[in-house]
Design a protein around this ligand. Structure first.
Ligand code: PLP
Length: 493
């Protein structure tokens, strides 16, 4: 097939888009990529006129030409028809010095909803009649809830979420514990996010296990941004941001703009890189990390070191050392050199670090810049934005703000869009600490105090949260994940 996908580690493993979405991860541990991505283009004069849903259809048709058009259309309609609280899906606001792209208007109030409302819709339309899919998801907090919400009670599909026990916010926990479906199970892992993600990947890599499941017509899949079916929908909002800038007459069609993206697993910002490949005039994509500054360090020396000390921060969804999707970037920026990518990924596992060639680093730096933000700077940024624009931003967005302002000293003139990845009420403890200089005994009290002080509206799903029935998560050790999955396979299917 013309439009088949390959593994980042082996261009001979070719699969269809359906297989890639169902399978999640390539069988050699690599990620699925489209070797033809760099030849695909959309016409800005066409995209600029489109509302979110038709825009999504056009972008996704370009990215996945083999996906049945009618199924795609139905999936987009089901995903975005009424689960977001605004017609624009991802509205853009003009603030002091920059534009804020709000990605948190979906059912769980984080940007993950944009991908995870659509992925289950795509999957349910391509699953074969007797087939079953078990979705395994490692989460630093927000993916878990958004995936549970998207996959809840979808027939023939089950979902297991693994999060770091004691590593998510009280609200994130409560969201997961209250999103209850017949086919959903949630477990806290004694360890951090990278432990959860590494073990999920190890289970994917276990060929014997996959074969034994295949005999029962069960496939494993992923709802993380390693799944191309979750990554592609995120490309759309980069175009949606650009459209709004043109419509609001802030820029002219064809003008270049910059994006700053609060970054953890590198899925969100990679979608921006894909948008650039399709022809969106992006000058630079600025990676913003929290105190877990692995990517910033990489930009200095070309050394990716996963062994830097792990830090818990006010932006827990970015407390990540191994940014999985960076592997896709290495694939494209190395001119699709799968042998080189395979070697680097092998070194990362063996030695805990790798160093790229100076040429590869130079290519990456042409498209990207990087910076990081410590905890105090996160709180200061929340205060600053409220002071300048009376907008309340969440700690992840605040980490982005700090890095963005640093970058704007180098390039003050190019219009800048900052991606706002979560509602501030999802992380009310840190926000209350920043704005009210006060620590609260419960997230409910913090939420009410922020509301009183700022008047910022609370998303409906979060105000309802504490009234919903809850099913507590199971707590398991990280070497018991496989047993746990087996147990759930029996309970769910
Ligand atoms: C997941 C998440 C991020 C990081 O996004 P990646 O795609 O993992 O880089 C940033 N902010 C919030 C609120 C998130 O939930």
């Amino acid at each position: 097939m013309n439009n088949s996908l390959v593994s980042t580690r082996n261009s001979k493993e070719k699969v269809s888009i359906y297989q890639a979405i169902k399978q999640g991860l390539a069988s050699d541990g690599g990620l699925f990529v489209d070797p033809n991505l760099t030849n695909k283009q959309v016409n800005l004069k066409t995209t600029v006129k489109l509302d979110y849903k038709p825009l999504a259809k056009l972008i996704l048709k370009t990215l996945m030409p083999d996906f049945d058009h009618r199924a795609l259309q139905e999936s987009i309609e089901a995903a975005y028809h009424n689960s977001f609280d605004t017609h624009d899906i991802t509205p853009l606001k003009k603030l002091h010095h920059f534009y804020l792209l709000e990605l948190f208007h979906g059912p769980t109030s984080a940007f993950k909803d944009v991908g995870l409302q659509l992925l289950p819709q795509l999957m349910r339309r391509i699953i074969k009649p007797k087939q079953k899919i078990m979705v395994l998801t490692a989460t630093s907090g927000d993916t878990g809830t958004a995936a549970l919400q998207g996959f809840k009670n979808v027939p023939q599909i089950g979902i297991n979420v693994f999060y770091p026990h004691n590593g998510v916010s009280p609200i994130q926990y409560r969201q997961m514990a209250t999103t209850i479906g017949k086919n959903t199970r949630v477990a806290g892992i004694v360890g951090n996010f990278d432990d959860a993600q590494t073990n999920v990947k190890r289970i994917f890599d276990n060929q014997n296990y996959r074969k034994s499941l295949a005999k029962k017509n069960i496939m494993l899949s992923s709802a993380n941004s390693i799944n191309i079916g979750r990554l592609y929908p995120q490309v759309v909002y980069y175009f949606a941001a650009y459209n709004q800038l043109v419509q609001q007459k802030e820029i002219k069609l064809g003008d270049q703009i910059n994006f700053t993206v609060p970054t953890g697993n590198f899925g969100d910002i990679l979608a921006g890189y894909y948008a650039k490949q399709l022809g969106l005039p992006i000058k630079k994509l600025i990676i913003a990390s929290n105190a877990n500054s692995v990517l910033s360090q990489f930009f200095k020396h070309g050394i990716y070191n996963r062994k830097l000390p792990f830090k818990k921060t006010y932006a827990p969804s970015m407390d990540i050392q191994v940014s999985s999707n960076f592997e896709r970037l290495l694939y494209y920026e190395s001119q699709k050199n799968t042998a080189e990518v395979k070697d680097l990924m092998h070194q990362l596992v063996q030695d805990g670090h790798y160093q790229v060639s100076s040429t590869l680093l130079k290519h990456i730096k042409k498209d990207f810049a990087a910076g990081f933000t410590n905890n105090d700077q996160i709180l200061e940024s929340i205060q600053q934005v409220f002071h300048d624009s009376q907008m309340v931003i969440d700690p992840h967005t605040a980490a982005g703000y700090h890095v963005m302002r640093e970058y704007q000293q180098r390039d003050p003139d190019t219009p800048m869009v900052l991606l706002s990845t979560a509602s501030p009420y999802k992380f009310s403890d840190a926000v209350a600490k920043a704005l009210l200089r006060q620590e609260f005994t419960s997230p409910i009290k913090a939420t009410q105090a922020i509301l009183r002080a700022t008047g910022a509206p609370i998303p409906k799903n979060l105000s309802r949260l504490w009234k919903l029935p809850q099913r507590d998560a199971d707590i398991i050790s990280k070497d018991k994940m496989l047993n746990y999955i087996n147990h759930n396979l029996e309970r769910i299917f």
